[in-house]
Design a protein around this ligand. Structure first.
Ligand SMILES: NC(=O)c1ccc[n+]([C@@H]2O[C@H](COP(=O)([O-])OP(=O)(O)OC[C@H]3O[C@@H](n4cnc5c(N)ncnc54)[C@H](OP(=O)(O)O)[C@@H]3O)[C@@H](O)[C@H]2O)c1
Length: 231
């Protein structure tokens, strides 16, 4: 049975590349985007993918939008939920220059939405033989690493790590594997041109990791290279 992967923020960056690679592996992909129209590159992918790619509109911070998605997918199996959509939290998040509204916005997107989506799609995940929830976090949220600035981004990713650790315990009885992952410093719009790895390198590593996840991986923080990352 072909596995189904739902990927948020699939219109560009890592979400788009993950969509491409999972399709290449013969998976069905439910690719979400926000905005009025399907992003061009996602639409292009769909052309060669027959019915394997379904683009769905989703604003992850909007409860009504998440409910509409849940209703649309009611009864369907989802094997993997990838919480990929994320935000940096804007350009004003340092000691002398903090945009507090943007900080809260970063929590909505990076921390609260992955939980909301996991809860909304639990019934779909429970229908899978090997359900997984994978959330794109960041080493910038690791309490183990020291770094300055980017308060909104760092704290929202540290918090989502904790959300995923708790969910892993809560969903272990359902056999659902839950992992936050660090994708590397990637040359996307977010990572910028100085990033250490290409979007393809990162996504290929993430796909290999996601395809190989076992219950022993659950509740632990992983890198795109399949190495365990300290919290
Ligand atoms: N790039 C890196 O170096 C790096 C490093 C560590 C972690 N990460 C994490 O990896 C993930 C993907 O990063 P990326 O580099 O691919 O980022 P990106 O190029 O900035 O793309 C972000 C994606 O998230 C979507 N998105 C943002 N807010 C959303 C919302 N409220 N509702 C729905 N979709 C929303 C965007 O949609 P629109 O196109 O509509 O804006 C876009 O598809 C993020 O969680 C990021 O924090 C990235």
């Amino acid at each position: 049975m072909t596995e189904t992967v739902l990927i948020t923020g699939a219109g560009r960056g890592l979400g788009l590349e993950l969509t491409k690679l999972f399709l290449g592996n013969g998976r069905r992909v439910l690719a979400t985007y926000r905005g009025i129209a399907i992003p061009d590159q996602l639409r292009e992918l769909g052309r060669g993918a027959d019915a394997a790619l379904r683009a769905l509109r989703l604003e992850i911070t909007d409860g009504a939008s998440v409910t509409a998605l849940r209703n649309e997918l009611s009864g369907d199996v989802i094997d993997v939920l990838i919480n990929n959509a994320g935000t940096t939290g804007g350009d004003h998040q340092d000691l002398g220059d903090m945009d507090y509204a943007a900080w809260l916005g970063a929590f909505e997107v990076n921390t609260v939405a992955p939980f909301r989506l996991a809860v909304a799609l639990l019934d779909n995940l429970r229908r899978s033989d090997r359900p997984r929830i994978v959330t794109l976090s960041s080493q910038m949220g690791s309490l183990h690493r020291k770094g300055t600035g980017s308060h909104a981004y760092r704290t929202s990713k540290a918090a989502v790590n904790k959300v995923m650790q708790v969910l892993a315990l809560e969903l272990a009885g359902d056999g659902i594997i839950v992992c936050p992952v660090h994708p590397g410093w990637v040359r996307t719009d977010m990572g910028g041109p100085m990033g250490e790895i290409s979007v393809n390198e990162s996504a290929a590593g993430l796909v290999a990791l996601i395809e190989s996840l076992t219950p022993e991986h659950s509740g632990r923080f992983w890198t795109w290279e399949g190495m365990e990352h300290p919290w």
